[in-house]
Design a protein around this ligand. Structure first.
Ligand code: HEM
Length: 516
């Protein structure tokens, strides 16, 4: 052994300077090639800048900018957002590879200030780590809120609240006012959830507590929509450069007080034998039973769940209907077709529309699908996290990389859809393509294990509200505005809102006694 080493040493010392330099360059070249080939395995994408990465490329409306970038770099892109590894997906095929083939690996969500400071340190359902607790929370919600039987049992609540929506629109009509539809739809969806979960109309304008809650939800939407630098450059999070975390903490304590008070009222009612038949009462009754694999339901679990369901369920459904109404006002023939369909299904003077009528309205269902395609309320879904490094479409995805699925881009891609920017419900008439996470060309609710928990409730709410608005009223724009000039610009926030809210003028179509 010694002699071999001696030999090597001698030969190295015997190399000329030129030979030694040549060897050194060879070694450097070898390492460069290895490094490059490792790099090559990442998906293509912009190189970005130190510390901030490609954050400046996101612009004001990130799903637009990312869609443009995908045209340059392809359907799977890698970029640094701040210091975080991020993978952006913009094709049905790659979305399926992530959310179906590699679903388990992408079943977590990345931490962020909202989850930490507002959602009880990810102790809720939306941000909970994938595992037994998440499963337990989801199961409880499925059984008591979202499964077919629970949804059917809650049908009268939805119909009653939609009835109140129609009545309030009629009041506007009598005063000759245009209505801010988005606002009224928000009130309706929040009250449906309030009645289901707390036996309370949380968005009533009378009463200090009701309006306080509304104000808090609006603030939460604004805060959650802020692009918080600390989420992308974690080493700077402690500085809270935009003051977002401070505001979140303050808002969280207001929500906690609000839900805490309602929780205490429910506990007292249950002790006195006067418990209500709502979701919170069910949770209270379950608290001693639900100690299976997920552990007990604590007060915190319950408050976090209530917060989640209000925030995930209100704006999403309401803004979808606002977009649908805007499209129909721009396309009067389609609006007429919907109204004729409803009229021939249930008539125009006998009664108000019921949820069970929707099955007789295939064109209206197609209008809803087309709205989900063109105006998905959560354009980048909610972020996922790669639990382990993995391979997607031959590319290397690092462990802990964030996954953003640009469903807005997929649903407007000319490679995927014919005439993608045209609102054309007929593309869904007689088609089996569905929006519930099985057809990856249209996944407004996401897909896989962490698909939206409230898909069925959301679809039912959207269909019922839209069909009722069309059955009960004719709609036009305030004087001087032309349908073809209606502003359809998007504002970026927690959900995809219209930048300019829709103001529309209603004209009653039903006998007045039917609005009671
Ligand atoms: C138009 C209506 C709605 C749309 C478009 C929508 C969309 C979404 C999307 C895109 C996600 C993320 C899915 C993913 O990561 O793959 C999500 C998650 C979620 N949604 Fe919805 N949503 C709607 C209505 C609702 C309603 C009515 C509720 C409940 C009242 C709800 C509760 C939730 C919850 C709890 C999650 C988190 C699921 C989890 O992480 O396990 N959503 N939603």
């Amino acid at each position: 052994m010694d002699s071999v080493l001696d030999l090597l040493q001698n030969s190295v010392t015997k190399l000329s300077l030129g030979q030694a330099l040549g060897l050194a360059f060879l070694a450097l070249g070898f390492f460069y090639v290895v490094k490059q080939s490792l790099r090559k395995r990442l998906p293509p994408g912009p190189s970005g800048w130190p510390l901030i990465g490609s954050l400046p490329l996101l612009g004001n409306v990130p799903h637009h900018s990312l869609f443009q970038l995908s045209k340059q770099y392809g359907p799977i892109m890698y970029l640094k957002l701040g210091t975080t590894d991020t993978v952006v997906v913009t094709s049905p095929k790659v979305a399926e590879a992530c959310l179906k083939v590699n679903d388990l690996n992408f079943s977590n969500r990345p931490g962020n200030a909202g989850a930490t400071y507002m959602a009880y340190d990810s102790n809720d359902l939306v941000w909970a780590p994938y595992g037994p607790r998440w499963r337990m929370l989801r199961k409880v919600c499925n059984i008591h809120l979202f499964a077919g039987k629970a949804l059917d049992d809650l049908q009268p609540v939805r119909e009653t609240e939609v009835g109140m929506l129609l009545k309030s629109i009629l009041d506007h009509e009598r005063q000759g006012k245009a209505v801010n539809l988005g606002e009224l739809l928000n009130v309706c969806t929040a009250n449906v959830l309030g009645q289901i979960m707390l036996s309370k109309r949380v968005f009533e304008s009378q009463g200090a507590k009701a309006s306080e809650f509304r104000e808090m939800v609006v603030e939460l939407m604004v805060l959650a929509g802020v692009f918080n630098i600390g989420d992308f450059v974690p080493s700077l999070a402690w500085m809270d450069l935009q003051g977002v975390q401070k505001k979140m903490k303050k808002l969280h304590s207001r929500f906690d007080d609000f839900f805490g008070r309602i929780l205490e009222e429910h506990k007292v009612a249950a002790r006195n034998g006067g418990g209500k038949k709502d979701f919170l009462s069910v949770l209270l009754a379950l608290r001693n039973d639900a100690d299976g694999e997920g552990g007990k339901l604590t007060d915190t679990d319950m408050k976090a769940l209530l917060l989640d369901l209000f925030t995930a369920g209100t704006d999403t459904s309401a803004s979808t209907v606002e977009w649908a109404m805007s499209e129909l006002i721009r396309h009067p023939k389609m609006m007429k077709k919907c109204q004729q369909e409803v009229e021939s299904a249930i008539g125009q003077d006998r009664r108000r529309l019921k949820e069970s009528d929707i099955q007789k309205l295939p064109y209206l269902q197609a209008v809803v699908k087309e709205t989900f395609r063109l105006h998905p309320s959560t354009p980048l879904l909610l972020p996922r996290l790669a639990g382990e490094a993995c391979e997607v479409e031959g590319y290397y995805i690092p462990k802990n990389a964030r996954l953003l699925v640009n469903t807005w881009g997929i649903q407007r891609d000319p490679d995927v859809w014919e005439r993608p920017l045209e609102f054309d419900p007929d593309r869904f008439v007689g088609s089996t393509v569905d929006v519930r996470g099985t057809d990856f060309q249209v996944i407004p609710f996401g897909a896989g294990r962490r698909i939206c928990a409230g898909v069925s409730m959301g679809i039912r709410m959207v269909q019922l509200m839209l069909a009722s608005l069309l059955h009960s009223f004719d709609w036009s724009l305030p004087e001087g505005q032309q349908p073809e000039n209606l502003d359809m610009a998007e504002a970026y926030g927690l959900t995809l809102q219209k930048a300019v809210p829709l103001l529309a003028v209603p004209a009653a179509r039903l006998p007045h006694h039917l609005y009671k």
